[in-house]
Ligand binder design. Structure first.
Ligand code: HEC
Length: 289
């Protein structure tokens, strides 16, 4: 009797859940969620210009990917010589650069020669002052505050780039596409169709930026903007790939350890599975016929 009641209650539950699921699914089919205006415009632009994110093809992609230290160093060089004029990477400390292959004296020299100094009170007078960076310092902010940042950048704040590849859909591929292949001529027929996307004065059309007009002037303008010591040709495309690789490292310096731990866990589970199967065979050996 109790069993029958339990089964009935269970069946009633399943029935209600199934009804709710069916209702939701059929409602979705009958009334698909309306596209936002921005999504619609983005979709049309992708369709006409084929502007899907490009793949930077980084060695750290995939479940077993590893960083290419030389590429990270080239990326750091691009960051240092180009992007650091406007963008900070405040979550990174100078000494972290040892992880991408710089020696202790090199790290010390990089910190020491960094253009922007650390804010520090004058030890004698207590007045606001600055001192040179040391390896344990984090990279200093570029602008004292958002007001200063806006004043220098056409009313836009250049975001901190430490976590940028985690913060945007597409990650490193987005950064690469944005800086190397985003600044194109605006398709005139699209502007006719959507007058709202006409680029206002002081902004730049960028087909990968969410609202299409970005306050960042094209940062990588021509091949050879930086000179690589390892002989790699510094094309705009290459510099963008390298800086995207560097920024994926700043966002996830532990990627390799994470990949290694994942692999170890999978191997362990495979061995464990085999052992469990062996134990099962052993325990039931005399009972099965
Ligand atoms: C002259 C200053 C300047 C330089 C140099 C510069 N940027 Fe920017 N960047 C900006 C500003 C300003 C914004 C904010 C744009 C906006 O909100 O419209 C920005 C935004 C960005 C964004 C965020 C876009 C988004 O989706 O929000 C990324 C990524 C970026 N920059 C990467 C770079 C890289 C990589 C470099 C170096 C190769 C670089 N920037 C050099 C000024 C600069």
């Amino acid at each position: 009797m109790v069993r029958a009641i339990a089964a009935l209650v269970g069946a009633a539950f399943v029935f209600v859940l199934a009804l709710a699921l069916f209702g939701t699914v059929s409602d979705r089919i009958k009334n698909p969620p309306a596209e936002t205006a921005a999504e619609f415009v983005q979709g049309r632009i992708e369709a006409t210009t084929g502007s899907h994110l490009l793949n930077a093809g980084l060695s750290s992609d995939g479940v077993l990917g590893k960083y290419d230290r030389r590429q990270l160093q080239r990326g750091f060089q691009v960051y240092k010589e180009v992007c650091s004029a406007c963008h900070s990477i405040r979550l990174v400390a100078f000494r972290d650069l040892a992880q991408i292959g710089y020696t202790a004296p090199e790290v010390k020299a990089i910190a020491n020669q960094w253009q922007i100094e650390q804010p520090a009170p004058n030890p004698d007078t207590g007045e606001a002052s600055t001192r040179k960076n040391i390896p344990s310092d984090h990279f200093p902010l570029v602008f004292a505050n958002d007001i200063a940042a806006r004043a220098a950048n056409n009313n836009a704040v250049p975001p901190d780039l430490s976590d940028m590849t985690k913060a945007r859909h597409g990650g490193a591929n987005y950064v690469y596409s944005l800086v190397a292949h985003g600044y194109v001529k605006q398709p005139t027929d699209l502007v006719k169709e959507f007058p709202d996307i006409a680029t206002p004065k002081g902004l730049y059309y960028n087909q990968y930026f969410a609202n299409l007009n970005i306050a960042m002037p094209p940062p990588l303008k021509s091949d050879g903007q930086v000179q690589y010591a390892d002989g790699t040709r510094p094309t705009v495309d290459q510099m963008a790939k390298d800086v995207a690789a560097f920024l994926s490292w700043t966002a996830e310096p532990n990627l390799e350890a994470r990949h290694a731990a994942g692999l170890a866990a999978v191997i362990f589970l495979m061995i464990f599975c085999f052992l469990a199967w062996g134990a099962y065979q052993n325990v039931w050996r005399d009972l099965k016929h």
